[in-house]
Design a protein around this ligand. Structure first.
Ligand SMILES: NC(=O)c1ccc[n+]([C@@H]2O[C@H](COP(=O)([O-])OP(=O)(O)OC[C@H]3O[C@@H](n4cnc5c(N)ncnc54)[C@H](OP(=O)(O)O)[C@@H]3O)[C@@H](O)[C@H]2O)c1
Length: 343
């Protein structure tokens, strides 16, 4: 029986033996993984249909490609061909995929069967992926239609796609499902919550989750007219502010009295200080954004004398997938907004 490492080290080619995600630039680990579709006995092989590229990654690729879908497709193809995984070398982030299970290794205790339609819940930045063709780039949704194969390691989690929610919509929501799950946990009834990037995908889900958890005030902070209008249409926040999350003093002034909890969900770098200055020193910041700099957050808080607690946006939380899909089932307004962009 050919058993691979449960965490996927057996597929790391450069440098051999390291974990498949941790870093993104040579000579750091996990530059390239083996994406051969011949599976080990404790892996799952998936026929991939669609990728949801992480928002920070898609934005970076799109900006570099001047927004041209063909150049975006070529850039994605290049990364996957070079690295055997969709691990953006600039942002370090990945995304998620949906597809159909083709094969389940005989040594695996899994409830997945060939033919099951699933979404992976581990990052594309560590998932062996082979792309045969890119059919369409959907810039509005950060998604890409592909033909290809992917491998899930023994430790790789996934969700079976629900029958009552369209696949692409489920993919979009599941991509960020750690954020609303953490929000539901972190928001204390009566607390005040600031959401930077509140009109985006995770922003809408988290605004709704925060309101639902009993926040006394949810403040949505957004950049563009369009995203702000989307947040207003959901109506989950009590207050809406238009501004640039990178303008730290501007964020602090606009928010006024400091909040108990800030969620940083923007998809570009430079929002650490705004979050720190707008949050009570005794409060908490949840940095879900993949564009967050640990250095900027840690030194920034020290520099302004704030002992605020800061949580790294771990994408996993027990029950996160079902909780997020349930929010879409519960709120017709939320679902309608997601359907407009992703269905
Ligand atoms: N931790 C994890 O496991 C994990 C998993 C998935 C995603 N992520 C990260 O989470 C973040 C959010 O993802 P998402 O899919 O929700 O992204 P999204 O839908 O693109 O939302 C990002 C939002 O941030 C807003 N924004 C951008 N620049 C801003 C600025 N300067 N000031 C204020 N708002 C600004 C955008 O508004 P405009 O439309 O106006 O630009 C957009 O509404 C991304 O950084 C993504 O990489 C993390």
């Amino acid at each position: 029986m050919a058993l691979g490492c449960p965490y996927g080290t057996h597929r790391v080619l450069e440098p051999a033996g390291s974990l498949p995600q941790p870093a993104w630039r040579l000579p750091q680990p996990a530059w390239r993984v083996n994406n051969d579709p011949a599976i080990y006995d404790n892996e799952i092989l998936i026929d991939v249909e669609r990728l949801n590229i992480d928002s920070a990654s898609f934005r970076q690729i799109s900006e570099e490609a001047g927004g041209d879908p063909d150049r975006i497709a070529a850039a994605i193809r290049k990364i996957v061909d070079e690295r055997g995984k969709m691990h953006n070398p600039v942002t370090g982030s990945g995304g998620m995929l949906i597809g159909t299970v083709r094969e389940v290794g005989p040594a695996l205790q899994a409830d997945a069967r060939p033919g099951d339609r699933i979404a992976t819940l581990v990052s594309l930045s560590l998932t062996p992926l082979r792309i045969e063709a890119i059919h369409r780039v959907l810039p509005e949704a950060d998604q890409v239609e592909v033909t290809g194969t992917a491998i899930l390691f023994e430790s790789g989690i996934y969700a079976k796609l629900p029958e009552d929610i369209p696949d692409n919509l489920a993919l979009a929501a599941l991509d960020v499902c750690g954020a609303p799950a953490q929000t539901a946990r972190l928001v204390k009834p009566g607390s005040r919550v600031l959401i930077l990037g509140g009109g985006g995908k995770s922003g809408l889900l988290c605004s709704y989750a925060a309101r639902r958890a009993g926040a006394a005030e949810v403040i949505c902070f957004e950049y563009s007219d369009e995203s702000l209008a989307r947040a207003r249409r959901l109506g989950a926040a009590h207050r809406y502010i238009q501004g640039d999350a990178r303008d730290a003093l501007g964020v602090m002034r606009a928010v006024g009295e400091k909040v108990d909890l800030t969620l940083s969900l923007v998809n570009l770098p430079g929002a650490e200080l705004g979050a720190i200055l707008a949050t009570k020193p005794t409060g908490m910041i949840y940095f879900f954004s993949m564009a967050t700099s640990f250095t900027a957050a840690a030194l920034g808080a020290e520099g302004v004398g704030s002992q605020v607690e800061m949580l790294i946006g771990n994408g996993y939380y027990p029950g996160h997938a079902e909780l997020t899909l349930d929010l879409l089932r519960e709120s017709p307004e939320l679902r309608a907004l997601f359907e407009e962009v992703y269905a």
